[in-house]
Design a protein around this ligand. Structure first.
Ligand code: NAI
Length: 257
């Protein structure tokens, strides 16, 4: 499915990113794994980078080769981290890496961003999302203070804004055939699941009761690989929930069904 494609995967040291790297390589991709931590078993070439740091992102982009066919932005921080760190890694650093890498991408490349079902309430956050559009890494601390983005809200906000940014850029690179989509997992059994349950408390416990089981990285990685593949060329700017039916359940309930 990804034979001969050069695919960059961030967050490759753990959870969904590690599984995506493994699966992409099994589908024939030449994987470049990126993470702040060295993976125990790196897939392909490993490049260390801190996606909350401008200089580190720019050094990463300089080291990456020309002709990238795919970028999977999987790295992310849970809501137990300080709010500015969450917004930097999950949103602002991700955007900087993506936009800076476009000139090195091959025509027809695919970008896949890991959002979350935590981001599906984006229509209620329109104003603050619009204000974050041109946010730079150096401005994030002040932005969070001014807009009262603290605690778990940082995580919800980062994923809401990521879904919107992906939709907004549905046609930005259309002339070169470059497309971008988000994948939104429900609760997935990785090291950060306990952070979500800890932060969201009763709400997360209720969600977990509704589910038949939490997801696993193996439930998410095949969807990311498909979106990276040429089979998905007409899927653009959209968000794909991979959540065991959780979003449909919430949508039906809130719509009175
Ligand atoms: P994980 O904690 O297993 O993996 C996240 C990876 O990101 C780690 O390897 C970590 O070192 C890396 N990372 C963190 N900060 C970084 C930085 N500054 N620079 C570079 N790399 C950094 O988490 P998981 O579950 O695999 O999460 C992957 C993505 O999926 C995240 O974006 C997360 O928000 C999203 N997600 C996860 C869900 C879950 O329940 N596990 C649910 C919905 C979305």
């Amino acid at each position: 499915m990804l034979q001969g494609k050069k695919i960059v995967i961030t967050g490759a040291a753990s959870g969904i990113g590690a599984k995506t790297a493994e699966l992409a390589a099994a589908h024939g991709a030449q994987v470049i794994s990126v993470d702040i931590n060295k993976p125990a078993k790196p897939v392909g070439e490993f490049i260390a980078a801190d996606l909350s740091d401008e200089r580190s992102i720019d050094e990463l982009v300089a080291r990456l080769p020309q002709g990238i066919d795919g970028l999977a932005n999987v790295a992310g921080l849970p809501p137990t981290w300080p709010a500015p760190a969450v917004v930097k890694v999950n949103l602002v650093g991700l955007k900087r890496l993506t936009v800076s890498l476009v000139p090195k991408m091959a025509d027809g490349a695919s970008i896949v961003n890991l959002a979350s079902i935590a981001g599906l309430g984006w229509p209620q956050a329109r104003d603050v999302i619009q204000e974050s559009n041109s946010l730079q890494l150096g401005d994030v601390d002040a932005f969070c203070r001014v807009h009262g983005i603290e605690g778990a809200r940082s995580y919800f906000f980062s994923k809401e804004a990521l879904i919107v940014w992906t939709m907004e850029n549905r046609w930005t690179w259309r002339a070169r055939g470059i497309r971008m989509n988000t994948v939104s997992p429900g609760p997935v059994d990785t090291p950060i699941l306990k952070d979500f349950i800890e932060t969201l408390g009763a709400r997360a416990e209720e969600d977990m009761r509704t589910m038949d089981r939490p997801g696993t990285p193996a439930d998410i990685a095949p969807v990311v690989c498909f979106l990276l593949s040429d089979g998905a060329v007409w899927i653009r700017g959209t968000n794909v929930p991979v959540d065991g039916g959780m979003f449909s359940n919430v949508l039906l309930q809130t719509s009175g069904f």
